[in-house]
Structure formats: structure tokens, C-alpha cells
Design a binder for this molecule. Structure first.
Ligand SMILES: C[C@@](CO)(OP(=O)(O)O)[C@H](O)COP(=O)(O)OP(=O)(O)OC[C@H]1O[C@@H](n2ccc(N)nc2=O)[C@H](O)[C@@H]1O
Ligand SMILES: Nc1ncnc2c1ncn2[C@@H]1O[C@H](COP(=O)(O)OP(=O)(O)O)[C@@H](O)[C@H]1O
Length: 274
């Protein structure tokens, strides 16, 4: 019988780089919330080795189906290896990939949860920097390189995410940070992300002028976000999908997918520990 679990996206509300480790990884302090924007991971038994399939739910997830490999680099395949089990897994993607929303990490964490993983969340850092935070779920403070996770009092927020049609490499952003440092804002990676992808600052300026809200950067990008509703921004949703509302808008750097979603508590997004 198949077992189905949600894999929530995450939103980094604040990120400080506080140092660098011997191997070049960055030590961070970040506040992260789990979101009602989710992938769905369906796990079935197999008699013939692991099989992973990705499906994309339009309008947000469809590109992922073509762009995310299902080989040994896929976070789900890596999570099965980590557990030492085989399974037949179908992932329905709604979380845009490479957008700083932690979709790959969350799929891996969902799989660990589904198999009843009860080891130390920090050990799961081997699967990706955001996996320990995804395992704990809800509103958390993250330290170390992403491996030290402290649950925080739940934070109820509604957010509008602006997802452009370009992604930004996390590794390139951290590398740029080493040369540029921070501009002192709430996300230390903003200046570095804009240098790796110059379209980002243009888009942030354009959206700020259009909606009157200062744009915030999700993690290493490319998603920009505000704490507001689509109604506050006077944007009409074109598609309602459970706990999210989706629209699109044109910008000078191409189409932008607009998603309204809200934070979800640890009791439904993580391992439930308080
Ligand atoms: C910035 C954050 C904030 O939550 O998330 P994203 O916005 O990318 O989702 C994380 O630190 C990223 O998470 P994630 O994108 O999963 O990183 P990984 O794939 O594990 O690492 C990609 C690369 O980023 C660099 N890296 C990652 C994490 C870290 N603390 N220091 C680093 O220097 C390393 O070069 C690594 O090879
Ligand atoms: N299950 C997965 N879902 C999404 N991306 C994955 C997955 N497995 C591996 N990846 C790879 O991880 C990279 C980062 O994707 P993702 O986790 O969605 O973004 P981010 O790290 O920006 O939050 C992508 O380039 C993608 O090819």
C-alpha cells in the first residue's frame, strides 16, 4: 500500500553568515518557516530496486519534471540510500526548483519521516543543508552549516512569493559572498545573489515600485517575497490549489510566478518535537 506525505517548502526569513568552516562551508544563523506550498511524496513497496519518478503540477511545478534528474543526484534517491532501503517513489512537484525554497531537501526529509527516521536531525545534513530544518519543521532557528536546529515559537504569516524564470546556484552565491560580504540587510546573501544574477536586483526594484513593498530574498534566491496577501497587492489569483493561490505577472526580466501561501506549524510539517 502506498504511503503519501507532504514535503513543505521553506522560507528563510532572516540569514546571517557568521563564519566559515575549515572546508569552505559557511556558518550561518537563519530563521526559517515551513510553508503551505508543498510537494507530495508517495512511497510504495518494490521488489525490483528503487524507482523514482517526478511529476510536475502546473503551473508551478511543471518545469521541474524536465529539469530535475531522477538519477543518483536526486535528493529522494540519496535519502533512500541514506536509509539503506529500496522503494517505488513518485514525487508530485509544486515547489519551484533552484529558487531558494528548499524543495529537494524537503522531499528528502519527507522520505526520512515516512520511514520513521528518528536519528539526530543534524546527521541528515549529509543529504543537503536544509534537510535538518525540514525534518524538524515549523519555525526554526538554524545554526552551524544548517545542521543545528532549534525549534522557535510558531510564527503565523502569509507570504507572497515572486518566482522568476531563472534560478541561482547556491554554491556561486556563497562564493560571491566571500568577496562581497553583506549590505547589512536581513539576508546577508542578497548582495552576493544580485552579483551572481544581475536580473535579480532589477526585478526587486521593479516589484518594489509596482507594489510598494520592499522585496526580501528567500535564502540564496531566486525567489523574492513579501509578508502580505495577493489581495493586499491587488493581484488576482488564476489558480487555487489547496493551501496556495497562484498567479503570473509579466516583468522586464520575463514572466514571474506569484504564489500566496502561509506558514504551517511543526505539528503538520515536521517531526512534531517541541
Ligand atoms: C542558503 C540556504 C539557507 O537555508 O538555502 P537555499 O536558499 O539555497 O535553499 C542554505 O544555506 C543552502 O542550502 P542548499 O541549497 O540545500 O545547499 P547545499 O545544496 O547543501 O549546498 C550547495 C553549496 O552551497 C555551499 N554552502 C552550503 C551551505 C552552507 N552552510 N555553506 C555553503 O558554503 C557549498 O558550496 C555547497 O556545496
Ligand atoms: N527531489 C528534488 N527536487 C528538486 N530538486 C532536486 C531534487 N533532487 C535534486 N535536485 C536538484 O537540487 C537543486 C536545488 O533544487 P531545490 O532544492 O529545489 O532548490 P534550492 O536549493 O534553491 O532551494 C536543483 O538543481 C535540482 O536539480
Amino acid at each position: 500500500m502506498a504511503h503519501r506525505v507532504d514535503a513543505p517548502a521553506k522560507l528563510t526569513l532572516r540569514l546571517k553568515v557568521v563564519g566559515r568552516r575549515y572546508d569552505g562551508y559557511h556558518l550561518i544563523e537563519a530563521d526559517i518557516v515551513a510553508l503551505s506550498l508543498t510537494d507530495t511524496v508517495e512511497i510504495g513497496r518494490t521488489d525490483s530496486g528503487t524507482r523514482v519518478q517526478m511529476f510536475g503540477d502546473p503551473p508551478v511545478g511543471e518545469a521541474t519534471r524536465y529539469c530535475v534528474p531522477v538519477d543518483s543526484s536526486n535528493s529522494v534517491v540519496r535519502a533512500l540510500d541514506f536509509l539503506g532501503v529500496d522503494a517505488d517513489v513518485e514525487v508530485r512537484k509544486r515547489i519551484p526548483f533552484g529558487a531558494g525554497l528548499g524543495g529537494g531537501s524537503s522531499d528528502a526529509a519527507a522520505l526520512l519521516r515516512a520511514f520513521g527516521y528518528c536519528g539526530d536531525p543534524s546527521a541528515a545534513i549529509a543529504l543537503g543543508a536544509d534537510v535538518p530544518a525540514s525534518l524538524v519543521g515549523g519555525h526554526v532557528r538554524v545554526g552551524g552549516i544548517g545542521d543545528l536546529v532549534t525549534p522557535l515559537v510558531e510564527h503565523a504569516g502569509t507570504y507572497v512569493l515572486f518566482v522568476p524564470n531563472f534560478s541561482i546556484s547556491t554554491a556561486a552565491v556563497y562564493q560571491a559572498f566571500d568577496h562581497l560580504g553583506s549590505d547589512g540587510g536581513e539576508n546577508d546573501l542578497y548582495q552576493a545573489a544580485c552579483s551572481v544574477e544581475p536580473r535579480l536586483s532589477g526585478l526587486a526594484g521593479e516589484l518594489t515600485r509596482r507594489f510598494g513593498y520592499p522585496m526580501r530574498l528567500a535564502g540564496s534566491g531566486s525567489t523574492l517575497f513579501v509578508e502580505a496577501t495577493l489581495e493586499d497587492l491587488d493581484v488576482e489569483p488564476q489558480h487555487l490549489d489547496g493551501h496556495i493561490a497562484v498567479g503570473t505577472l509579466e516583468s522586464t526580466v520575463g514572466p514571474v510566478v506569484v504564489i500566496e501561501c502561509h506558514s504551517i506549524p511543526r505539528s503538520v510539517s515536521g517531526d512534531g518535537r517541541q
